[in-house]
Ligand binder design. Sequence first.
Ligand code: FPP
Length: 262
Amino acid sequence: MNPTKKTTQNNAPEESALLQSLDRENLPKHVAIIMDGNGRWAAQRHLPRIAGHRSGIQSVRKIITFAREIGIKVLTLYAFSNENWNRPAKEITQLMMLLERYLNKELRTMMKNGIRFRALGQIDRLQNSVSQLIRSVEEKTKNNTNMVLVLALSYGGRTEIMDAMKKVYQDLETEKLSIKDLDEQCFSEYLYTKDIPDPDLMIRTSGEIRVSNFLLWQVAYTELYFTKTLWPDFRERDFLLALRDYQGRERRFGLVSREKQD
Ligand code: FPP
């Protein structure tokens, strides 16, 4: 296989045509992305895995800029899962260094472009310098309103639900919360995502068809989109293909189709 050849839907229209046909009134408010395939991208080129992650950062930059330009309000990127802690120590260290460098470098761009930064996950598990940097970028960008960029770091959906349950239990015990008030809306307030809307669209790259413990509670009615494109190859056109697919769907939220109503 030629590694430089992109694995993508090649018969699809070009980027400009896709952009033109985009319905700006029907954009997903929140797009979440499982950025997968960095390691395979590197292996295809006989490069170390870190080269794939480094290249993946180019996609991160491009997709954030593009999402903001077209009017996506919340973009969540799955950058480091709880399960990723089991990777070799060297890869974890390299990923943390990339993250630190990325945040230090991008703060100016976030301020210039009105991007608010948020992190989701067990941030205190990250090394001190990284967690402090994250908190400081969150604080500095907190009044920006063009788009929210959410990085899921040291994140696991089941852990998030367990953490929420523990807090609910504490509040029940101390009578800050009454069991009769505990409904879905109330439980959502205990999740890491408490002030972030549920994703409308979730994209996963690299051909894997699963959600891998990402935003388990929040994806109840999310439209899922899978592409074979590896994350370091994922560009504006690939994002537009996902949006086109999303806009072609009818979201029923458990109700009856519009055509079938009588
Ligand atoms: C999945 O590819 C990707 C990750 C585990 C990390 C994602 C990280 C980046 C894109 C770079 C850092 C991001 C920021 C925002 C600074 P994989 O390694 O599982 O790929 P594989 O399945 O092909 O091995």
